[in-house]
Design a protein around this ligand. Structure first.
Ligand SMILES: *Cc1c(COP(=O)(O)O)cnc(C)c1O
Length: 420
């Protein structure tokens, strides 16, 4: 199966394993005769999720991208507003900002974690800064203590893109409960999946949760204010109705825009619930593979391993290693691995350099660390629970072989590798 895909060790076609328990849950929902949308499974999944994360509210949506879009909409950003964002992430993290006429300031990253550097962040804050959008890169928690300190002191909202972060901790707290708004993805490649697509928003503010609920539930994004004598005094006609008809007819409404339909189906939510139970096992497997890779490469000169910050738990959505001997050696390493059937990635091309952001005035040199890392140093190796023990053994051998091939030209002649 993996051979047919072309690689003996594929990178990450699936980030989690869909097994018997998931299929049983799926069959029971589909065969239950109950509606397949907006029912009890969605509520159960949301309830369990918010408990696990430690946030007051959790709302399912159809994808991580939609979660981020709704998060940005909640802030009513407009011309003159500034947002500080990381360039080292998947484009969906900041793509919603293209629809809002805001100024984006890209914050360079820490060379170890590839997360937003809090010192750079501080230097980018102005009186116009409304929001910070960050990612916990690869499942390694960002330095939220200092980031939240800067944010709170300056009245800035923090959106956490937690697409990689499920299963990680920062000082015992889960991402999604560290900032103001957490956005999760259950895409096929992520740490758990709700049958290929899905997402979740976590928040603590109830008024924001109500608004997200309206936005995803096909309601107009509006607040109705009953006016006039007796308006709203009548009870709604039927139990499921929110208002009596006179509210709609006579109320003044603050209409901010259209809602959409972006909620999760019942079968997807039921599978999500089963996946959550398996999450810890998936994370432990990722951490074990990461440890084997660390051990295999720790003796090589010119290889820098990623260190997990103190009091954090890395979820290893991505395993990242740095080749510090220059772009040519990194290229040889990547090519060797590819020849050996190990699929590697370079995630992510710095976003300030892609056309849509360059056309808005962003330039090379804006984030020197993110640029150096992508163009010269980093490599993402396969690390996910879909890999068998045999594949992991092969991966570890292939990685050491590829390092030897990459450094071959500078070996000291006795089979020992030396830094060039
Ligand atoms: C996958 C991903 C998203 C988007 O999630 P989807 O569910 O695929 O829409 C956003 N941000 C990051 C960092 C991601 O990896």
């Amino acid at each position: 199966m993996n051979i047919a895909h072309g690689y003996r060790v594929p990178f990450q076609r699936r980030g989690s394993v869909v097994g018997e328990a998931d299929l049983a849950a799926l069959a029971s929902v589909v065969n239950s005769g109950e509606p397949l949308s907006a029912g009890l499974w969605r509520e159960r999944f949301e309830h369990r999720f918010k408990e696990l994360i430690g946030a007051r509210h959790a709302l399912t949506v159809t994808s991580g991208t939609v979660a981020l879009e709704l998060a940005v909409r909640l802030l009513d950003l407009g011309p003159g507003d500034e947002v500080i964002a990381t360039p080292q992430t998947f484009q969906a993290t900041i793509q919603p900002l293209l629809n809002h006429d805001v100024t984006v300031r890209f914050c360079d990253v820490d060379m170890n974690t590839l997360n937003m550097d809090p010192d750079v962040l501080e230097s980018l804050i102005t009186e116009r800064t409304r929001a910070i959008i960050l990612v916990h890169y690869g499942g390694c928690p960002a330095e939220m203590g200092r980031i939240m300190e800067h944010a709170r002191r300056n009245g800035i909202v923090v959106i956490e893109d937690c697409a990689h972060a499920l299963g990680s901790h920062y000082h015992g707290v889960s991402p999604g409960a560290l900032g103001d708004i957490g956005c999760f993805s259950f895409h096929s490649t992520k740490n758990i999946t709700t049958l290929g697509e899905g997402g979740m928003i976590t928040l603590n503010r109830s008024d924001w949760a109500d608004r997200v609920d309206r936005l995803r539930g096909n309601e107009v994004d509006a607040v109705y204010v009953p006016t006039g004598p007796g308006v709203g005094a009548e009870p709604p006609l039927l139990p499921w109705m929110k208002f009596s008809a006179d509210v709609y007819r006579h109320a003044v409404a603050d209409i901010r825009g259209a809602g959409t339909n972006a909620t999760m189906s019942e079968p997807a939510a039921a599978v999500g619930l089963v996946q959550l139970e398996a999450l810890n096992g998936f994370t432990e497997r990722r951490r074990w593979i990461a440890q084997r890779l660390d051990q295999a490469m720790s003796a090589f000169p010119g290889v820098r391993l990623q260190r997990t910050p103190e009091q954090s738990r890395h979820a290893y959505h991505l395993y990242t290693v740095f080749i510090t001997a220059g772009a040519a050696i990194r290229e040889r390493f990547v090519r060797s691995l590819d020849r050996l059937g190990v699929e590697v990635q370079l995630r992510y091309f710095p976003l300030h350099l892609v056309p849509e952001w360059r056309l808005r005035g962003h330039r090379p040199g804006e984030c020197p660390v993110a640029e150096r890392i992508w163009f010269e140093e980093h490599v993402n190796l396969p690390c996910h629970p879909g890999l068998t023990d045999d594949q992991v053994d092969y991966l570890v051998t292939a990685v050491t072989d590829a390092l030897e091939q990459a450094y071959g030209a500078s070996a000291d002649g006795r089979g020992r590798l030396v830094a060039p």
